[in-house]
Design a protein around this ligand. Structure first.
Ligand code: NAP
Length: 386
């Protein structure tokens, strides 16, 4: 089966390549990278099957001048959409970071292909529009590449919502779980990038440290599996050994766990291999209680940004795309040294509490809302620096 990887040069993209090489089941026909054209060139050499490439910057085209075979190369963010339109693959992995992944996901769903979705921002930004678009394209299949959601899918199996009382995703707690809140003002970039269990891209690593990522995952869980908001819970597993659990109404739990050293190659392989009519109860065990586990409770006063998961689900409309845009602007500004770590929380709060949310959704409205929220965030960030 033909496969395209969007964001092939990122953390998930590279791990997808590992799975493709190991399992030898898919023909890699297309890739997109952002600025890492050197990596793209290496992949073209390694995979003669690649016929389509998308890169971000037109000026990098000359990098591919001396290829000894015909490759169709697209450029810019439009280029990714053209790559999807032209490549005709059966499976697409969307491992793009942030809002750049949203329109490509829509295009893949509209083409009724299988979308292996790492880009959780797609669901966060689209909200109800995600369900609407998916509802119109019944043959499209979306399988999450998030360890928690792949785990939830396995735990849910064939149980109906009426049989389940709680859907639980785990959080590692990140690098600051045991840090005193007063000391958060001393946090530097290197501390926030030092995730205890996972090696990921910079954006998601910072998001994880302040629980923006967990807020995203609460939203993702709701729209992926149609879970009632009040049944979604979060527990902390410091070792990221357990990814997800469901509590059944008979009081028993189905628990999904991973290997001792957490790896994303498992959920990636799960997504690539997933078929609607196959049973995927692997890596799930039944327990009558949770005594053998050492779960911890997340302190929401220490990590208040997690509340925006529920906030966005209740508020609906464009609140998800606004939340994502502010988060992206804040986290990127923190990475660039423009604001302090503690400013992230303050700026997100300030804008989310005063934004004039809109409720009639369309793709254009999502794009406009993203721009509007970014401008608000940028303005506040530049004031913060004065
Ligand atoms: N990493 C994980 O373990 C993990 C786990 C679960 C979910 N996810 C989700 O997976 C997605 C990717 O995460 P990641 O950690 O793999 O990120 P990453 O390492 O930063 O990689 C992002 C990829 O997207 C490309 N890209 C970034 N901005 C772009 C733009 N504007 N236009 C075109 N391409 C662009 C990058 O290209 P260049 O590098 O070439 O510029 C790179 O290939 C995120 O949504 C994240 O939340 C990640």
């Amino acid at each position: 089966m033909n496969l395209v990887i969007l964001g092939a040069s990122g953390s998930i993209g590279k791990q997808t390549i590992e799975v493709v090489k190991k399992e030898k089941k898919w023909d890699l026909v297309g890739i997109s990278v952002g600025n890492n054209v050197k990596y793209a060139l290496n992949l073209l050499k390694e995979f003669p099957s690649i016929k389509y490439l998308s890169i971000l910057n037109k000026n990098d085209l000359n990098y591919f001048n001396n290829l000894n075979r015909e490759i169709k190369i697209f450029t810019g963010s439009e280029g990714i959409l053209e790559l999807i339109n032209t490549s005709g693959a059966e499976i697409y992995v969307n491992a793009l970071a942030g809002f750049s992944g949203v329109l490509p996901s829509i295009k893949i769903i509209e083409k009724e292909k299988k979308l292996c979705l790492a880009n959780k921002e797609t669901i966060v930004c689209l909200g109800e529009l995600y369900s609407e678009i998916l509802g119109k394209h019944k043959k499209a299949i979306v399988v999450p590449i998030d360890s928690e959601h792949a785990g939830l899918k396995k735990c849910i199996g064939k149980f109906k919502d009426s049989e389940i009382s709680e859907y639980i995703i785990t959080a590692s707690g990140g690098p600051f779980f045991d840090l005193n809140k007063d000391d958060f003002k001393k946090i530097e970039l290197k501390d926030a990038l030092n995730h205890p269990n996972w090696k990921m891209g910079n954006k998601i690593t910072i998001d994880s440290s302040c629980m923006i990522n967990k807020a995203f995952e609460i939203i993702e869980a709701h729209y992926l599996f149609n879970i009632p908001i009040n049944k979604i819970k979060v527990l902390v597993d410091r070792k990221s050994y357990v990814h997800a659990l469901v509590k059944l109404k008979d009081g028993t739990y189905r628990v999904n766990y991973g290997p001792k050293i957490p790896t994303m190659t498992r959920p990636i392989s799960f997504a690539l291999n997933y078929k609607k009519d196959r049973n995927f109860y692997t890596d799930v065990k039944k327990y009558s209680d949770l005594e053998r586990f050492s779960f911890k409770i997340l302190d929401k006063n220490k990590f208040p940004l997690i509340k925006y998961g529920e906030f966005v689900l209740n508020k609906k409309g464009n609140s998800g795309v606004v939340f994502n845009a502010i988060s992206e602007e804040c986290v990127n500004s923190f990475i660039q040294g423009k604001i302090k770590y503690v400013d992230i929380e303050q700026i997100v709060d300030k804008i989310m509490n005063s934004f004039d949310f809109e409720y009639d959704l369309s793709i254009n409205k999502i794009i406009d809302s993203d721009k509007k929220a970014r401008l608000r965030a940028q303005k506040l960030i530049s004031n913060e620096r004065r």
